[in-house]
Design a protein around this ligand. Structure first.
Ligand code: AMP
Length: 281
């Protein structure tokens, strides 16, 4: 595994690989790697001749009062986790990614302004801008994202389509802890009690599935029932709960075929997100 910090150096490496017809699979991350990240990296390893992983805690996608400074980092562990599956580990720093005269951003409207975009106003602009830069540097054939950040995945697919970017986006399932909590680097912020209470997000999604399978298809009713379930947890504060079309993120009134249930909940000071797709036959 080559560890590369310099953008120009990586672009030279990529040019050589492309010239030799190698397919490049790319997994962008912010590090503090867990099984969720590794599922993407392993899949890239299966699909592609060359696997590039990036670790970059992107300052542009954090709001001024968010957790950029304290975001968990463990570079030594990340490097050793990547080693088995990765050909190139790209570790740029903020100065090289955003020079002092940096002026250009990429923004996806409407679907970037709702749910997480409403709670974190500059977040998706930061995400799409950095993913754009990373795609231009790595020139991947396939890029891998997690269903865990479903709105992010939908926004990136939209950007790739709208801007005719020559990359295939693959979205892989959410990897969960034994009790159902979606794996996340931010779970490390939770104390023991919060960790137990965080299971409320998963329980809410399971309840939504059960309600629909028993015939409750009115989204308003489903949302109010899962809201009550989460409210029973003292340290929980709901940011949003939505039931939407999984492709457009437009709200649904009733669940007829396919619906995406997505939610964001603060457990203490930690904001967690989770989602599930409900399919009716
Ligand atoms: P992050 O490091 O949080 O920016 O995540 C990097 C990539 O890993 C994103 O595409 C995430 O959606 C994905 N990811 C994070 N957590 C999980 C998980 N529990 N299961 C599957 N993919 C995940």
């Amino acid at each position: 595994m080559k560890v590369v910090k310099n953008i120009g150096f990586l672009q030279n490496e990529v040019a050589k690989l492309k010239k030799n017809g190698k397919t490049i699979g790319f997994v962008p991350t912010m590090g503090y790697l867990h099984e969720g990240h590794l599922s993407l990296i392993r899949r890239a390893r299966k699909d592609c001749r060359v696997v590039v992983v990036s670790i970059f805690v992107n300052p542009m996608q954090f709001g001024p009062r968010e957790d950029f400074k304290r975001y968990p980092r463990d570079m030594n562990n990340d490097v050793s986790l990547c080693r088995m599956y990765t050909d190139i580990l790209f570790l740029p720093n903020a100065k090289t990614m955003y020079s002092d005269d940096f002026l250009t951003t990429v923004e996806v409207s409407r679907i970037g302004d709702i749910f997480c975009g409403a709670s974190r106003p500059a977040h998706f602009k930061g995400v799409t801008t950095v993913v754009n830069k990373l795609f231009n540097i790595v020139l991947p054939d396939v890029a891998y994202f997690g269903q865990k950040d479903v709105q992010q995945a939908i926004i990136i697919k939209q950007m790739v389509k709208d801007l005719n970017m020559p990359v295939k986006i693959k979205v892989l399932p959410i990897v969960r802890e034994h009790d159902g909590l979606a794996m996340s680097s931010r779970n490390s912020y939770l104390n023991n009690r919060e960790r137990e209470e965080a299971i409320a997000l998963y329980r809410a999604l399971i309840l939504a599935k059960q309600l629909v399978s028993k015939g409750t298809i009115n989204c308003h009713v489903v949302i109010s029932k899962i809201r009550s379930l989460i409210k029973k947890v003292k340290t929980a504060r709901i940011d949003y709960i939505g039931i939407v079309n999984p492709k457009t993120l437009l709200p649904l009134k009733t669940i007829t075929k396919e619906a995406l249930v997505l939610l964001a909940v603060f457990i203490g000071k930690t904001r967690l997100i989770d989602n599930t797709i409900i399919r009716r036959r």
